[in-house]
Design a protein around this ligand. Sequence first.
Ligand code: GUN
Length: 293
Amino acid sequence: MTASIIDGKAFAEKVRAGVAADVSALKAKHGVTPGLAVVIVGEDPASQVYVKNKVKQTADTGMNSFHFELPADTSEADLLARVEALNADPAVNGILVQLPLPKQIDEAKVIAAIDPAKDVDGFHVVNSGLLATGGRGLVPCTPLGCLLMLQDALGDLSGLKAVVVGRSNIVGKPMAQLLLDANCTVTIAHSRTKDLPGEVKAADIVVAAVGRPEMIKGDWIKPGATVIDVGINRIAAPEKGEGKTRLVGDVAYDEAATVAGRITPVPGGVGPMTIACLLRNTVTATCRQHRLD
Ligand code: GUN
């Protein structure tokens, strides 16, 4: 079998077009323009690329985009004061503080300081608690993007067996919760799982979010399964020349694509959907703040 490719880039474009239409309608009908504030502390090059994309795409969909670049030696108190100011600003409907933060700043404290109604990352305990208890909060962008791609590819997910490999607060745990809410039978596997290949082999849906390049092998995949690869790992690519690198996922793509029914590529799979869902969450947050939903 050769897997069909789930094109996250094309799907993200559709989601963004929907967001842009909603933004125009909010402006025309209610005089409301959603605003997203993105805060980055320091000069981590990968984070800077992500943030630039977020800021550009926010503006491209017609929203107000507020971008704050703070120096690497910013104190925790100064960052908390910035978050408080954004919480109080009615033009700001969504707040994203790019992670990781420099070591002098406690990430948990910063996440806890964000108004849960503006927490478009869905990382605040109020939002993770709402997700865990079936409430209406804001859902983390990467797992939300994975769920939308799965539903687009497979339709109703009821009764399917899903394995989530990885148990982070940002991806693994919320992903498992969303799949459970979609009526899947869910296993969360991780570094201490006894028979990881066996757990993966039993699954109709595999979501790989471990951050280890090409760890999940092709012969672990059940024939016809749907594979969502959240990993973005940069590895050496001597075949491209000395010192060159390339991006790979957590799944050994070439092997897995001969067994799976559907698979997301890296890059061009989950990555574009994460930003599209951030924009979608910003519109959702804006509507709720204005009691428009
Ligand atoms: N760093 C890497 N991914 C993310 C994300 O989704 N949100 C934030 N705030 N920081 C990140």
